[in-house]
Design a protein around this ligand. Structure first.
Ligand code: MAN
Length: 349
C-alpha cells in the first residue's frame, strides 16, 4: 500500500530550475538527491543530468575530457546507423560500446522549509579522473559527528563503481576515489560506527550466479572495506524481483535499523519498500515490505525521462516524520512525508 503523503508542490525541482554547466549542454533531468541538515537548513545534493542540445538527424552525447578546451568530448551518432541502439533512453549503445545518453554531476540546493529549494548556479562536484569520465550520480550523504560522507556512483568505460568524497563545510571536498570497484552502486554509510567500525550497505551487480543484491561491509578507515555479507536478495515474482538497492542511511529505531530501499520489477517499474535490520547484527533482516510503501502513481512519476520510477537517495528525520526526497521518472525531484510508526506497522512491528 502506498502510504506516502506527497508534497502538494511536487515536483519541487525541475530541469528548468537548474542552469546548465556549459553553453553547449542542456539540463534534461534533476533527480535522485542525497539529503541532509546543515546549520538550520536542509540541503539536497542533486544529480543533474545534461546532454548536448539535440539537432535533427543526430544523436549526441558527451563525456568528460580533461584535454578538451571546454572539458568535454562530444559524441555524435547517425540515428539511421544499424549498430546504434537508443531503445533505453538512459543509454547509447553503439558498435559494442555502451555510453550514457546524459552526463551527470552533483549540485547543491538549499531550503529553510524543506519544500522550496534554491539550486546552486554551478556544479558542486563533477566527475574527476578516468573512472568518472561518464559522470557521477545518485549521491547518498551521511553525517557522523559534523563530517559528511558522500558515496556516489562513478561511471566510465571501466564500469560503474562507488566513489567517496568527504566534507565538513560544503565548500571543500576531499575526493577519495573508488572505494568499491565495478560493478557496484547504491552505497550508503550508516550514521554511526558499530563496534568501532564504519558500516555501509552496497549493491554489487552479481553476474551469472547471484544478482543485484544488497550487501553490507565494514571498515576502519572508510577506504578499505571488508567482511562483506549478503543482506537481501531480489524476490522472484514480486515488486522487487529484478533489482534492489539501498536508499539513504538507515534510521535507528527501537525495533531495528529501518532502511528504505528501491526495488524494480520485471517491467522496470521502480517502487520503494522498507527493511528492518537487526540492531546488533545489521546484516540480518528482521522484516521486509511485502508490498511497496511507495509506487509510481502520479503523472510526474509515471512519465518522464524514464517512466514509472520513484527512486530515493535521501531523507531527513524529524521525530516520527520521515521526509523522503526522491527522483520521479528520472526527470524531477519530489518530496513526500511518511510516518516511521506506520512503516514499522506495515512490517508487523
Ligand atoms: C538505476 C539508477 C538510477 C535510476 C534508475 C531508474 O537503478 O541508475 O539512477 O533512477 O536506474 O532509471
Amino acid at each position: 500500500m502506498d502510504i506516502a503523503k506527497r508534497f502538494e508542490t511536487n515536483p519541487i525541482l525541475r530541469p528548468a530550475d537548474v542552469p546548465a554547466s556549459r553553453k553547449v549542454l542542456r539540463v534534461e533531468c534533476v533527480f535522485n538527491p542525497g539529503a541532509f541538515r546543515w546549520r538550520g537548513r536542509i540541503g539536497l545534493l542533486m544529480r543533474v543530468a545534461e546532454r548536448p542540445v539535440q539537432r535533427d538527424g543526430v544523436v549526441a552525447g558527451a563525456v568528460l575530457d580533461g584535454s578538451a578546451a571546454d572539458g568535454i568530448h562530444k559524441m555524435e551518432f547517425d540515428p539511421s546507423d544499424g549498430s546504434l541502439d537508443t531503445s533505453d533512453p538512459r543509454l547509447i549503445v553503439h558498435g559494442g560500446c555502451t555510453y550514457l545518453s546524459t552526463l551527470s554531476h552533483l549540485r547543491l540546493a538549499w531550503s529553510t522549509d524543506g519544500e522550496r529549494f534554491e539550486p546552486a548556479a554551478e556544479p558542486t562536484l563533477v566527475g574527476c579522473g578516468p573512472l568518472e569520465r561518464y559522470g557521477i550520480e545518485d549521491c547518498r550523504v551521511t553525517e557522523i559527528d559534523g563530517t559528511f560522507y558522500l558515496t556516489y556512483t562513478q561511471v566510465s568505460a571501466a564500469g560503474v563503481g562507488v566513489g567517496l568524497a568527504v566534507t565538513r563545510d560544503w565548500r571543500e571536498f576531499d575526493r577519495h576515489g573508488t572505494i568499491l570497484p565495478p560493478a557496484n552502486k547504491d552505497c550508503v554509510i550508516f550514521d554511526r560506527k558499530l563496534g568501532g567500525e564504519f558500516v555501509c550497505l552496497h549493491r554489487p551487480a552479481g553476474v551469472e550466479i547471484g544478482g543485484p543484491y544488497i550487501w553490507l561491509a565494514r571498515s576502519k578507515d572508510l577506504i578499505h572495506w571488508g567482511r562483506h555479507e549478503c543482506v537481501a536478495r531480489t524476490r522472484p515474482g514480486r515488486w522487487d524481483e529484478q533489482r534492489i538497492g539501498a536508499g539513504a542511511a538507515p534510521v535507528r529505531t527501537e525495533h531495528g535499523w529501518l532502511e528504505i530501499y528501491h526495488g524494480a520489477d520485471g517491467n522496470q517499474r521502480y517502487g520503494l519498500g522498507a527493511m528492518l535490520l537487526d540492531l546488533a547484527d545489521p546484516a540480518r533482516v528482521l522484516a521486509r515490505s511485502e508490498e511497496p510503501i511507495m509506487e509510481p502513481v502520479t503523472d510526474y512519476e509515471r512519465e518522464g525521462f524514464f517512466g514509472n520510477v520513484v527512486f530515493t537517495c535521501g531523507h531527513v528525520v524529524d521525530g516520527d516524520r520521515l521526509t523522503i526526497y526522491y527522483g520521479a521518472a528520472d526527470r524531477v525531484i519530489c518530496g513526500a512525508h511518511l510516518s516511521i510508526r506506520q512503516i514499522l506497522h506495515t512490517l508487523g512491528r
